[in-house]
Design a binder for this molecule. Structure first.
Ligand code: HEC
Length: 124
């Protein structure tokens, strides 16, 4: 009886392992997943709302599929932005303020809004 139970739990563990490896191979490219929305603090949540209004039209944030621009999932977990520039707050801020190729500039972004946006982007 005990033996059967052991076997079962080993089986479900290997199933879980297979499933996780499969998900990682297909989806996450070994980047940890974004912080769940219900775990965001107030500033990150504000950034999330700003993202919906100002960025979501062209960028996916929580999945890796590109839209009009590259997906921003894991943007600060990778060393480089899609252009090859280092992935840091200064580069992303200047991309938003000055635009880039087909990405329109948003020069009137308030510093507080930019901070909130960046704090959300860091959770992706
Ligand atoms: C109208 C569509 C559009 C909107 C709105 C938009 N983007 Fe983009 N974004 C793009 C496109 C297109 C690119 C690719 C530009 C290129 O490198 O050719 C891009 C590129 C980027 C990059 C990568 C820059 C690099 O150096 O590779 C970042 C980061 C980015 N956008 C952030 C944002 C954020 C944050 C917002 C919201 C404040 C935003 N974008 C709003 C279209 C958009």
């Amino acid at each position: 009886m005990k033996r059967v139970q052991m076997k079962r739990s080993t089986n479900s563990l290997s199933t879980l392992y297979c499933l996780l490896s499969f998900l990682c191979l297909t989806g996450c490219h070994s980047i940890p997943p974004p912080t769940p929305l219900d775990q965001l603090n107030a500033q990150q949540m504000r950034g999330h709302e700003l993202f919906q209004v100002r960025c979501a039209l062209c960028h996916n944030d929580r999945i890796s599929e590109p839209l009009h621009g590259p997906a921003l999932r894991g943007v600060f977990k990778k060393p480089y932005l899609p252009s090859g520039a280092p992935a840091n707050d200064d580069r992303v801020t200047s991309t938003v303020l000055h635009g880039r190729n087909l990405m329109p500039a948003q020069p009137n972004t308030e510093p507080q809004d930019m901070d909130d946006l960046l704090s959300y982007l860091h959770t992706l």
